[in-house]
Ligand binder design. Structure first.
Ligand code: ATP
Ligand code: MG
Length: 522
């Protein structure tokens, strides 16, 4: 870092004027340059990484790089009135934010300050935004489900409390939709939610808040918003602010869900800051510590054991890919940090298969331990059936003459995919999910024309809630399908299936199998 002659002379002049002793200079420094929210400072020999600095106009900054004779810092406030030659003071503290229940239902910025129209935040406690993740002695394995309410995910790629599951896909593939639906589904389940919006448009965040309000989900949710119009440092800090808010609740033994939407933009904000601080660029021009940036954030998602108070933080980071390239730097980094990935693919999304989760390549490494027994019982073969379907579908396009077995797999797969289609903001209860999956496992859906599957599913549930309340409640209590209750549920489902087919005009039996026989038996 070379200093210009006039900068040096200005510094010397200032020093002489103020007769500063060298010891004092260590606690204060002089601005050498200010540009794009990044400040280079001379002096501050004792400054610490992450330390908060005070500027002469009462704005604040944070130390981000320590070099031999220059300290690099980022500005945390907008429109500061500082210039070269101004004095900077150390504070000896790190960045802290307000935490606690006062934040529920509120929107805060990357520094934890309220930015909604609500009353002044009544903060009783502060926490530093950086914290060391709990060690292995405090943790236990994931064993409780974090219900997303999305059938395809809960059945095939289940997420557990304390897990980190990445949502990854190109732009406009329904990534945010999955996260928001999961938040909406936590209603009445005693899970506090934190949604961190990084580098998004103000209007998108406003829409999300609106949707959460409509579904009474803001009551247990905090939004941390560092939108695209905010300085890079705010976008950089937002996820840490979010996880600190979550950690306060976790320490009280609560379950928390945190969404980072999205970490690609977070990485870009950090890259911008690093390049302005003239740190050496690495792969894709990201600084060398970009992996550490995300790993230290995601390590703070945790399931704490009973001995240390319980409490969980489940993290759903989102990553946007370009042309489904998951081998780019940031996607590979975050894939290797998380416990599984939900891959959203363009083909599925564009063909109307929404949520566009590709069950073939999506994984959840720890979540199946957490699935409730009832869902496990009816979803075991689902992934395989869909894999077989996809395989056969690819080559069945070439020939018209298909043998019976192939046809059965294709017809079944088509119907299962229809069953898995789910609109936004309509999370499904676990027991309802069991019933839907049971109708697939028992092949009841084969009697239903593919284009009517959606209607069949919805009416089947309504019918079951009305006529099978006692059975529903029993499954709910045991969270499993015992032999007796399964037979009862199945009888009701079969009867409904026959009634449903009767209401289809010109129903001509089925695509395969013998409907007449089925109808007679039931
Ligand atoms: P971006 O890259 O812009 O952040 P995204 O991947 O987060 O996009 P969303 O904003 O969640 O995608 O969804 C994109 C569009 O698809 C939205 O208009 C949304 O309403 C619609 N959409 C998402 N999920 C579904 C669904 N399950 N059913 C129907 N429409 C959906
Ligand atoms: Mg989005």
């Amino acid at each position: 870092m070379s200093l210009k002659i006039d900068e040096i002379s200005a510094i010397i002049k200032q020093q002489i004027k103020q007769h500063k002793q060298s010891t004092e200079l260590k606690e204060q420094g002089i601005i050498i340059s200010v540009a794009d929210s990044v400040v280079l400072i001379y002096g501050l020999d004792n400054a610490l990484l992450g330390e908060l600095l005070n500027f002469s106009d009462n704005t604040t900054g944070m130390v981000l790089s320590l070099e031999e004779d220059v300290v690099g810092a980022v500005l945390l406030d907008e429109n500061p009135e500082i210039k070269e030659g101004d004095v900077v003071y150390r504070t000896g503290t790190v960045v802290e934010i307000g935490v606690g229940d006062a934040l529920l239902g509120r929107i805060v910025n990357g520094l934890g300050q309220a930015i909604d129209s609500g009353p002044k935040l009544k903060i009783k406690k502060n926490r530093p935004i950086e914290a060391i993740a709990p060690g292995v002695m405090y943790r236990e394995t994931v064993n409780e489900p974090l219900e997303t309410g999305i059938l395809s995910i809960d059945a095939m790629i289940p997420i557990g409390k304390g897990q980190r599951e990445l949502i990854v896909g190109d732009r406009q593939t329904g990534k945010t939709a999955i996260a928001i639906d999961t938040i909406i589904n936590q209603k009445g389940k005693n899970v506090n939610c934190v949604y961190v919006a990084i580098g998004q448009k103000n209007s998108s965040v406003a829409q999300i808040v609106q949707k959460l309000k409509e579904h009474d989900a803001m009551e247990y949710t905090t939004i941390v918003a560092a939108t695209a119009s905010k300085l890079a440092p705010q976008q950089y800090l937002a996820p840490y602010t979010g996880i600190s808010i979550a950690e306060e609740w976790r320490e009280q033994g609560k379950d928390v869900l945190i969404v980072y939407d999205d970490l690609s933009k977070h990485a870009v904000a950090y890259r911008t800051m690093s390049l302005l601080l003239r740190r050496p660029p690495g792969r894709e021009a990201y600084p060398g510590d970009i992996f550490y940036l995300h790993s230290r954030l995601l390590e703070r998602a945790v399931k704490i054991n009973k001995k240390h108070g319980g409490g969980t933080i489940t993290a759903l980071p989102i990553i946007e890919t370009q042309a489904e390239d998951i081998s780019a730097y940031i996607p590979t980094n975050v894939i290797s940090i998380t416990d599984g990935q939900l891959f959203l693919v363009n083909d599925l999304f564009n063909s109307g298969q929404r949520p566009a989760v590709d069950s073939g390549i999506s994984v959840s490494r720890v979540g199946s331990e957490a699935q409730i027994k009832g869902i496990k019982q009816v979803s075991r073969s689902l992934k395989l059936e869909l894999a077989q379907y996809r395989e056969l579908q690819a080559f069945s396009q070439f020939g018209s003459d298909l043998d019976k077995d192939t046809k059965i797999i294709l017809e079944h797969g088509k119907r299962v995919l229809e069953l898995l289609k789910q609109e936004q903001y309509k999370p499904l209860n676990q027991i309802d999910q069991i019933l839907i999956l049971l109708s697939a496992q028992e092949r009841l859906i084969k009697w239903i024309p593919t284009e009517l599957i959606g209607e069949y599913r919805d009416r089947m549930l309504t019918n079951f809630h009305k006529k099978g309340k006692a059975i529903w409640d029993e499954i709910d209590q045991t969270k499993a399908l015992g032999d007796k209750v399964k037979a009862q549920a199945l009888a009701l489902l079969k009867k409904f299936t026959i009634d449903f087919t009767a209401s289809i005009p010109n129903y001509n039996g089925d695509s395969y199998g013998d409907f007449a026989e089925f109808a007679k038996e039931n």
